[in-house]
Design a protein around this ligand. Structure first.
Ligand code: ARG
Length: 278
């Protein structure tokens, strides 16, 4: 382990596709193999364990998507803001995640229960400055942008998601070391695309082409200079390497049947509080 990063994962003991709440899940009900999912999950965990400490939460029967811990909530310093899932199918996860965070010493700050908010699936910290990029429009409500900013006392930037296949921000946008960001321009509405271009440091944006986007390249776990993802074309791989990053790939297709890949299966537990710029 080369850094002090801490990540929460949930073993896929009860993972399956048993309902459809995103386009990737269509025609996939009962099609995911428990065996392959376990193998892929363990391979991911083993790679991440070289760079981070992995904490595990116990899975629960009947909550197949609990494996996607990115959606537990969002963490900043010692504060945890739990998700309020849009779909009833995932709402049973809320109490289990809240309990884990309370038991592990986090201060739990609740968002207004009327506001849908799907945690770090839609709330990504910039890695170069104190800023939380927030996706809305499919799962999280636009109102979550302001509400989460207030609860965590951090600048939030709302980005409207425009393509139903990229229904969580972490499927089409990924903050990387030193303020680099890879993203799928077509996944956002025009105003949000412009906002990304205006706010990102010049030269720090990496545009991800459809063939990489569809293989969940943006759903990458970024730990320091290391980026772990399902797959990357040679072109994307070189763009990431030119940005000073080291790329590791590991197959995630069993989880893609549920609309998730590497990053969704993780939640960073040690996001530092960085002082806002004066
Ligand atoms: N089947 C899950 C859902 O639709 C997948 C969640 C993927 N999570 C993510 N952070 N992108 O809710």
């Amino acid at each position: 382990m080369s850094s002090s990063a801490r990540i929460l994962m949930c073993p896929p003991d009860f993972f399956e596709v048993s309902y459809v709440i995103n386009p990737w899940m269509e025609n996939q009900v009962s099609q995911a193999s428990a065996h392959v999912a376990h193998t892929q999950w363990k391979a991911l965990r083993n790679i991440l364990a070289e760079h981070a400490h992995i904490d595990q939460i116990a899975p629960a029967e009947g909550l197949p998507d609990m494996v996607f811990t990115a959606n537990a909530g969002v963490v900043l310093g010692n504060v945890f803001v739990p998700s309020r899932f849009r779909h009833a199918e995932r709402q049973g996860e809320e109490a289990l995640f809240a309990k884990w965070f309370a038991e592990h010493g986090y201060e739990v700050r609740e968002i207004d229960p009327e506001i849908a908010f799907e945690g770090a699936g839609d709330a990504l910290l910039d890695r170069g400055q104190p800023r939380l990029w927030m996706g809305y429009g499919h799962r999280s409500d636009e109102a979550s942008v302001k509400a989460v900013g207030n609860l965590l006392n951090i600048e939030t930037v709302g980005l409207k998601l425009a393509d139903p296949r990229f229904y969580h921000l972490d499927t089409c946008f990924c903050p990387l070391a030193n303020g680099h960001i890879m993203y799928v321009p077509s996944a956002f509405d025009e105003a949000s695309r412009q906002r990304i271009r205006d706010l990102a440091r010049p030269g720090s944006l990496i545009e991800v082409e459809p063939h990489d986007a569809e293989r969940f390249a943006c759903n990458a776990v970024s730990i320091g200079e290391v980026v772990v993802l399902n797959a990357a074309s040679e072109e994307l791989q070189s763009a990431l390497e030119n940005a000073g990053l080291s790329v590791k790939t590991t197959p995630m297709d069993e989880f893609m049947k549920s609309g998730g890949a590497a990053k969704c299966l993780t939640l960073r537990l040690d996001e530092p509080v960085v002082a806002p710029r004066p």
